[in-house]
Design a protein around this ligand. Structure first.
Ligand SMILES: NC(=O)c1ccc[n+]([C@@H]2O[C@H](COP(=O)([O-])OP(=O)(O)OC[C@H]3O[C@@H](n4cnc5c(N)ncnc54)[C@H](O)[C@@H]3O)[C@@H](O)[C@H]2O)c1
Ligand SMILES: [Zn+2]
Length: 350
């Protein structure tokens, strides 16, 4: 393998074209379908288009953006794939951010009862999170990821040069999931991320940090693909983070997912102090790092009643209990921690 780093199912590669050509060699040209969104077709396809000649009739170019992670796009893509005679022995290559790998993974898992697929993540968030772990799907009835399946790709290829055209806000959004990976499972990774400057664009250092973040996610999903326990570790920062994200969206002022998660991690670090004795020093450190990269939580988002009702409608929370993954220390976490509404209210009003 040409790859810099490789584990079962995921490679960090500096030679995308060779790796991709090798991985897809068993599939004849006529069996390979590629799914992009309009931005990744424009920015990312030029970086790999030479890996082998492919017929553009078998390209599906979806509309970009979270609002388009929809049943309408799924139906359109099913139609295009069907018209171009996809069959059980075909292969789909998904090239895009998390929105695209979620949709593409779902398409590959459902058409003809499932064909092989490869994910090529092109955002930092998709590299360290969305493209790995097999969760796919789309939004439905206003609910995020309401319909979906868990089915792992044949392989994920991570190639840092795709990130060069990504908006800085999107880079920071993915960086929050890396911070989370360090906090829940790898203190050394957290220490190295703290001192990293995403704007300085040191691709060699970033590759190392991306790979170590991927290893955290991969280790967790390999142990618990269907989220019966350990996989919930990945939810640190997300119970409150999702509520902040939903509230920002309702106000017509959406914030990138990673920003909401970063702010959620600050609240949940405080809750970790109450529940698991996370030290004041660690809470301060997490708060300072999040403030440095993401600034403080926008004050207009902190409405306890609304945030609690968002948390109650989240699929993570059952039986009217609010479920959290919390930190015992930096680098270790505990899943299924329950908090009362009063505790959350006091946290949000501090
Ligand atoms: N399946 C999972 O386990 C999992 C985990 C986390 C998040 N997600 C999902 O991931 C999605 C968010 O992913 P995202 O943040 O990557 O968003 P995204 O896929 O919407 O990408 C963000 C924007 O960047 C553009 N883009 C992508 N790559 C680019 C590149 N290299 N250069 C220029 N522009 C580029 C996209 O077209 C889009 O406009 C959400 O739908 C979320 O639900 C899934
Ligand atoms: Zn997330």
């Amino acid at each position: 393998m040409e790859s810099l780093q490789s584990i079962q199912g995921v490679s960090l590669t500096h030679n995308m074209m060779e790796d991709l050509a090798r991985m897809t060699a068993p599939w004849p040209e006529g069996k390979i379908f590629v799914i992009f969104d309009e931005n990744t077709f424009h920015h990312c396809w030029p970086l790999v288009r030479g890996f082998r000649p492919l017929n553009e009739n078998r390209f599906v170019i979806l509309k970009s953006g979270e609002a388009n992670k929809s049943i309408d796009q799924v139906i359109r893509a099913w139609e295009l794939l069907g018209t171009n005679e996809i069959d059980r022995s075909s292969m789909i290559i998904n090239i895009g951010g998390g929105m695209l790998t979620d949709l593409g993974g779902f398409l590959a898992s459902t058409i003809k009862r499932g064909v092989a697929f490869i994910n090529i993540p092109t955002t930092l968030l998709a590299m360290v999170d969305a493209s790995v772990g097999g969760k796919s799907g789309f939004n439905f009835r206003g609910l995020k990821n309401e319909i979906g399946v868990i089915r792992e790709p044949q392989h994920v290829f991570i190639h840092l040069p795709f990130l060069r055209t990504l908006a800085p806000q999107e880079v920071l959004s993915g960086f929050a999931e890396m911070l989370k990976a360090g906090l829940i499972a790898d203190r050394n990774l957290w220490n190295d991320l703290k001192g990293f400057d995403p704007e300085a664009w040191d691709e060699v250092r970033l590759s190392d940090l991306v790979w170590r973040s991927v290893l955290v996610k991969k280790r967790i999903v390999d142990a618990d693909l269907h989220e019966t326990g350990l996989r919930k570790a990945l939810n640190f920062g997300h119970t409150i983070g999702h509520a902040l994200e939903s509230e920002a969206l309702r106000r017509g002022n959406p914030v990138p997912h990673g920003y909401a998660v970063a702010w959620g991690m600050v609240f949940e670090a405080h809750l970790s102090g109450l529940r698991l004795g996370l030290s004041d020093g660690a809470i301060r450190e997490i708060t300072d790092v999040v403030n440095k990269f993401y600034g403080p939580v926008p004050a207009e988002l902190i409405d306890s009643d609304l945030l609690i009702s968002w948390m109650r409608s989240d699929k993570k929370n059952s039986d009217n209990q609010l479920n959290f993954t919390l930190l015992g220390d930096i680098g270790t976490c505990r899943v299924n921690c329950i908090a009362t509404e009063e505790e959350i209210r006091s946290l949000l009003s501090r």
